[in-house]
Design a protein around this ligand. Structure first.
Ligand code: GLY
Length: 365
């Protein structure tokens, strides 16, 4: 999120510095990169769906510009998501959800088990049926991060690989960012600071507690498998006896299998139980995965908020802009967030956006 904002801001002529001890090492490193507002839709979350659809529409231009600036291949794919069901109850729930999706005018199509296997021959014969969300896409977030760093370097944007000790503030608001450690300079002066520290956004020192966004870590364990050739031609999500899993294919044969959703604070241990859960469900949908090599397992922390919407906008502390709380949709929502934040940096003062931090004001008084 921070790198996307920094890149767009620099393109807009803003003088920007990124401070991050490990750029792209947070949730982006774990994320599968689904650009899937339709298949991720949940009842009661229409505002989030609309943001996702808006940001998805911005991705092709964002990716094309990034690829052109850097020569990097981002593995952006747009063959849609096939959401499949394992048993009769899973299918009933999926059909109910597809009725909700259709009511929202989303492009979805119900398929029989046989039609699902025709699209994806590696699916198990037991798959009962599915729903194709043909507008969904996906991208490789690790490639995006590498490309963003290259683009920032090309524009001469400094990336300071140090931890932040806190915000430097005065009577007039933000004055800069204090760096941790004793190397100099200890403070980077700035009139405006964008807080885009994901699950850690609620913990920045030097900021009054009522200004910090109500963000909590939501752990996700995710596994990368390797196959000599791609085994799926689109993203597959599935529900197996009520439990959700997704499989995201990359052009080079990598298959990403995710993800657990655990409320365990800042715990980032990869556990046997977490991986077992993923493999158990994924194998029911695609038995052939047991033949694939394990390439990588990682646990990341999603920045969750009380209403699952991100927090994007000016905070009550003058000069501090929040761009966090993207929970399950950080990669999807990056282009939209970057555009919104660039407008704020340029002086936009409107505060009627559904992601505005001010929506939490009353719950804190
Ligand atoms: N967007 C998928 C996840 O957060 O696991």
């Amino acid at each position: 999120m921070g790198l996307s904002i920094a890149w767009q801001a620099a393109l807009d002529g803003v003088s920007v510095t990124v401070v991050d001890p490990s750029p792209g090492g947070g949730a982006s490193h774990a994320a599968a990169g689904m650009l899937a507002p339709v298949s991720e839709v949940a009842y009661t979350e229409e505002p989030l769906l609309r943001l996702g659809v808006d940001s998805l529409a911005r991705w092709p231009a964002f990716a094309a510009r990034l690829a052109e600036a850097t020569g990097h291949d981002l593995d952006l794919r747009a063959e849609g998501t096939l959401d499949v069901a394992f048993d009769a109850d899973d299918l009933a729930a999926l059909h109910e959800l597809s009725t909700f999706m259709a009511k929202l005018d989303l492009p979805v199509e119900r398929l029989t088990g046989r039609e699902c296997r025709r699209l994806e021959p590696m699916l198990a014969p037991s798959v009962r049926g599915g729903v194709l969300a043909s507008g969904d896409a996906w991208i490789d977030p690790r490639r995006v991060v590498r490309a963003l760093l290259a683009a920032l370097s090309g524009l001469g944007v400094p990336v300071v690989r140090r931890s932040v000790a806190g915000l430097d503030t005065g009577d007039d608001g933000v004055r800069g960012v204090r760096l941790a450690g004793d190397e100099s300079p200890a403070t980077i002066p700035a009139r405006q600071v964008v807080l885009a520290t994901g699950a850690w956004s609620g913990t920045l020192a030097g900021v009054p507690p009522e200004v910090l966004p109500p963000v909590r870590p939501v752990k996700g364990q995710i596994m990368r498998l390797r196959s000599p050739v791609p085994v799926l031609s689109r993203c597959v999500r599935g529900t197996v006896r009520g439990s959700a899993v997704y499989l995201v294919p990359r052009g080079d044969g990598e298959l990403v299998l995710g993800a657990t959703q655990e409320e365990l604070g800042f715990d980032t241990r990869v556990t046997a139980g977490g991986l077992w859960e993923l493999l158990r469900d994924a194998r029911e949908l695609m038995p052939g995965i047991t033949e694939l090599e394990v390439a990588d397992v990682v646990a990341g922390l999603r920045p969750g908020t009380p209403d699952n919407l991100p927090v994007i906008g000016r905070s009550a502390l003058p000069g501090l802009i929040l761009a966090t709380g993207h929970h399950r949709g950080g990669v999807l929502l990056a282009p939209l967030t970057a555009d919104l934040v660039v407008r704020l940096l340029a002086g936009d003062t409107t505060d009627d956006h559904p992601c505005s931090p001010s929506r939490f004001k009353d719950s804190r008084t």
